[in-house]
Write a protein of this length. Sequence first.
Length: 116
Amino acid sequence: QVQLVESGGGLVQAGGSLRLSCQASGSVSSINAMGWYRQAPGKQRELVATMTNGGSTNYADSVKGRFTISRDNVKNTVYLQMNNLKPEDTAVYYCNADMPFRTVYWGQGTQVAVSS
């Protein structure tokens, strides 16, 4: 099993920046990829960014050029640097770990609120 703990959310004005962190513990050597998803009120959870063990990244079109995902394999932590935040980025952000056999673990979520 893997445990994921997110931190770094908060309230920021439009145009500002935040950095989210997600530390993994447990069977971290089995993780294939880690990523960030978000869910706004009344909407489905959507992909924000993912990164494989090999360093390949994938971003939602809405965040390309503004958000950057990175990993520190020594600390077993994945980060999401969010710049030029917009009110539509307001959501609960969830960390995700993809494991073998289609097993997925989720963090508890961290709230990001962007005021206009």
